[in-house]
Design a protein around this ligand. Structure first.
Ligand code: ZN
Length: 166
């Protein structure tokens, strides 16, 4: 991003602008919850902040997928892994998913590998609240939710039913 000086500029809602959306150019203020729909949250010291729906739409589906793959690996179920690979391909899940699931990386790290984000201003602070972070922006705001739904589809479709008929 070019080092445009936006100090003193306001968002359309009158908040102090912190950065400009790399997708649509709107002046945003994530800390004041005043952003466009492309804003997905901020990465802060490796964690995701300012996002209330990540856990539901990505965190839980990813954890379930990791657990499913672990079960298949422990059972040495190569056929199951192959089925999962094929179905993932059909669902257009980026191929890297299996490696990430096998390494049991956290949902946020997996998402950063599997989804292409545009990155906003990088912020570094000193002192008591020192840290480093940057905002994450998505050109298509629905892409993470979709990915999570596809993880759920994959697990539901392939996981053996524990109750009822099989
Ligand atoms: Zn935007």
């Amino acid at each position: 991003m070019s080092a445009e000086d936006i100090r003193g500029l306001k968002t359309p809602n009158g908040e102090e602008a912190v950065e400009r959306c790399p997708v649509c150019g709107r002046l945003n203020s994530p800390g004041a919850c005043d952003t466009c729909e492309h804003f997905y949250g901020s990465a802060w010291d490796g964690d995701l902040i300012w996002n209330d729906f990540f856990e539901t739409e990505m965190g839980k589906p990813w954890d379930a997928l990791v657990e499913f793959i672990r079960e298949l690996s422990e059972a040495k179920d190569k056929g199951g892994i192959e089925k999962a690979k094929l179905l993932a391909k059909k669902l257009s899940i980026p191929a890297k998913w299996l490696k990430l699931a096998r390494r049991e990386v956290g949902a946020f790290s997996a998402m950063k590998e599997l989804v292409k984000f545009q990155v906003g201003l990088r912020v570094v602070t000193d002192g008591m609240l020192s840290g480093e972070g940057y905002s994450l922006y998505l050109e298509d705001p629905g892409v993470v939710e979709n990915l999570g739904k596809n993880f759920t589809r994959l697990v539901n479709k392939l996981k053996p039913r524990r109750r009822g008929t099989r």
